[in-house]
Write a protein that binds this ligand. Structure first.
Ligand SMILES: Nc1ncnc2c1ncn2[C@@H]1O[C@H](COP(=O)(O)OP(=O)(O)O)[C@@H](O)[C@H]1O
Ligand SMILES: [Mg+2]
Length: 292
């Protein structure tokens, strides 16, 4: 199995993100999830085997599962004929998608109190201006899922913003739609995940405008964009063990690294453990065996 950390294809590069390489096909985009790992917004030199495939295939599962709730950007998996030679490298990690106008908001939904939500709550008793009951513990389930948007920073970290701020950026009507759609998607997806033994603690969606309509773009409900917790080990009052990237984050926290580039070299064990967790998340959520 080849680990892919960078692609170089004969199409104009539309964008090289932290994880995905996207090419401009004219009318559509070719989005390739590489095996790159980013943590604390720093990209690592080493790739995680199968990670890109898990991201793309899990996103595809969710796009389909959610298609009655929200229209999405997927056109298909069929590669342009000129890429025949690279098919083995690109298969299962590539998607042809509609070229949308991304909306400049990260649509975060939290069902549990963790990460930056927990930090904000400890300081102010609220998250993104939404007041929460007193006395909640770390990782505690919220009375209701909440919409806690953040900025989409090109460089550096995303910052939590209030609903009013979103309305200023995209207009009141669109802001309402983004919140309603995000909460609807979260509720449907988290109910499914829970049946699979996974708590969907929080997640981030991106939306874009295509043909005048708001559609779901980017990746959805993957370990990169969400916190997945094993339900059978859930116990509030502390951080939770996780299927997702948290495993690497925890390792890195233990190193005392300043979270600035360059990223440290990861031990083989951490790379293999991360790969295993991504695959496990895929298998639990889809109920399908992952083909290595
Ligand atoms: N259908 C789409 N149309 C246009 N842009 C998109 C679409 N889907 C995703 N994108 C953008 O492509 C990028 C995906 O690459 P990624 O590696 O996730 O980047 P990032 O480092 O910004 O997270 C994101 O900036 C996302 O907003
Ligand atoms: Mg991204």
């Amino acid at each position: 199995m080849q680990v892919i950390t960078e692609t170089s294809l004969p199409f104009p590069l539309f964008r090289r993100g932290k994880v995905r390489d996207t090419y401009d096909l004219g009318d559509s985009l070719l989005m390739i999830a590489t095996d790159r790992l980013s943590a604390f917004d720093v990209v690592f030199a080493q790739g995680i085997p199968y990670k890109g495939i898990v991201l793309t295939q899990l996103s595809l599962f969710w796009f389909d599962y959610l298609k009655d709730v929200v229209e999405n950007h997927v056109l298909g998996e069929k590669l342009p004929a000129s890429l025949k030679k690279s098919e083995e490298m690109l298969a299962r990690r590539s998607l042809i998608v509609k070229k949308a106008q991304p909306l400049p908001v990260e649509c975060v939904v939290r069902g549990y109190l963790s990460g930056s939500g927990w930090k904000d709550y400890k300081k102010s008793g609220a998250v993104c201006g939404i007041a929460l009951p007193k006395g909640l513990r770390e990782s505690e389930r919220l009375p209701e899922p909440i919409f806690t948007p953040s900025t989409k920073a090109d460089v550096g970290h995303d910052e939590n913003i209030g609903f009013e701020h979103v309305a200023k950026k995209v207009g009141e009507k669109t802001a309402n739609t983004l919140r309603d759609l995000s909460l609807k998607i979260y509720k449907k997806a988290s109910a499914h995940a829970e049946k699979c033994g996974i708590i969907l603690a929080d997640t981030k969606f991106e939306f874009g405008i295509f043909n005048g309509k708001i559609i779901l773009i980017d990746e959805v409900l993957t370990p990169d964009s969400s916190r997945f917790w094993p339900a059978d080990q859930y116990s509030p009052g502390r951080p939770q063990p996780a299927f997702d990237k948290q495993y690497v984050r925890d390792y890195l926290e233990g190193l005392g690294w300043d979270k600035k580039p360059p990223a440290p070299q990861l031990p083989e064990k951490i790379i293999a453990g991360t790969s295993k967790r991504y695959i496990e998340a895929y298998e639990k959520i889809t109920g399908k065996k992952f083909e290595r």
